[in-house]
Design a protein around this ligand. Structure first.
Ligand code: ADP
Ligand code: NA
Length: 330
């Protein structure tokens, strides 16, 4: 039987992915290639909802794609493409927008949070309709599974509702996507504030580790990571969130279990753990950085890979859009 299809997207809104993005999301994308027919998208249309610089966006889109190839997305086995190269996304989003209730869209908590931060007069209509475009991203590919973190659950719920609503109103057209829950998803926290998640919008740059930064800089950030006043290296995210975060990263980047690490560091200090973790990060990011650079140093080849990805994506997307248009009466 055909493999179940998975779809996921990531925004090109930073100069590099950080360890949280990698361990919480992208790492699973790589693994899913073994079991699923995978479609992955650098969602640049989503990246312009809150103001942007065109040059920076174009560069970040390329760097995001290069990094995804560099961490192991295999263009032979999965489909990686840039959203703006597949015009069916906004085309389907329009149709879905017309079966979305205004009140329903207004209940999206991410919009409420973000627009509150920006001030409602300054937030765009694009930010408001973002979850509808996201539904189009998923439904175009007839994806069975969508890996989601807690923050995206409500948006996936909307995608499911819209798929079901369209199907019952116009006839079965869309696969209703299900959340793909990844076991042992690592929640990576900020090195300077271990109660907050590591995020590109973190207040302190020393709280986040970028995949593309100088590993000496990463090692330094790890050495100055906030830990508690105790001395013992034990895993307890409640009482020792800082040390536990370091153990989580260490375990995820090596194939050693947390228990194994705790046993190995028994009787040793935080300094040893931090120094060794700096080394683990260096060993992990160095080949990724080399491969990313190689992709970026050959722009024609990167363009070719992305064009091939967009072509594979369009073959599926245009069939879905065609059927949708037929059903709607176009
Ligand atoms: P950021 O939080 O830096 O703005 P995004 O919201 O763009 O990152 O997230 C991109 C992907 O990375 C999402 O799937 C998200 O769940 C995951 N992710 C982001 N930060 C973390 C983190 N600290 N730990 C685990 N996963 C994360
Ligand atoms: Na975020």
């Amino acid at each position: 039987p055909a493999r179940p299809r998975v779809f996921s997207g990531i925004q090109p809104t930073a100069d590099s992915f950080h360890l949280g993005n990698y361990l919480g999301a992208v790492r699973h994308w790589v693994a899913l290639q073994d079991t699923h027919d995978a479609f992955y998208c650098v969602v640049d249309l989503h990246a312009i909802t809150a103001g942007h610089d065109p040059k920076v966006l174009r560069q970040r889109t390329r760097v995001a794609a290069a990094q995804l190839f560099a961490v192991g997305l295999d263009p032979e086995r999965s489909t990686l493409f840039v959203q703006s190269q597949v015009p069916e996304h906004p085309q389907l989003a329009w149709v879905l927008g017309c079966i979305t209730g205004f009140g329903e869209a207004s209940r999206m908590t991410q919009f409420k949070d973000k627009s509150q931060k920006q001030g409602s007069d300054r937030s765009s209509v694009g930010l408001f309709t973002y979850p509808i475009l996201q539904a189009a991203d998923i439904l175009l590919y007839q994806a069975h599974a969508v890996p989601v973190g807690e923050d995206q659950r409500q948006h996936l719920e909307l995608s499911r509702d819209l798929a079901q609503r369209f199907n019952s109103q116009f006839g079965k057209t869309f696969v209703v996507p299900a959340p793909h829950i990844v076991k042992d998803t690592a929640k990576i926290t900020d090195l300077q504030d271990p109660t907050a998640k590591m995020s590109k919008s973190s207040s302190s740059p020393s709280g986040i580790i970028d995949l593309l930064e100088d590993p000496a800089r990463s090692a330094k950030k790890i050495r100055s990571a906030v830990t508690d006043t105790g001395r013992e290296i034990v895993f307890d995210s409640e009482t020792k969130p800082g040390v536990s975060n370091l153990l989580t990263i260490y375990s995820a980047l090596t194939d050693r279990s947390i228990d194994d690490l705790v046993a190995a560091y028994a009787g040793r200090g935080y300094g040893d753990l931090k120094k060794d973790l700096g080394e683990v990060v260096r060993e992990f990011v160095t080949p990724i950085q080399e491969r990313t650079r190689a992709y970026l140093d050959d722009p024609a080849q990167l363009d070719k890979l992305l064009a091939a990805g967009a072509e594979k994506a369009r073959a599926v997307a245009s069939a879905t859009l065609h059927e949708t248009y037929e059903r709607v009466g176009f």
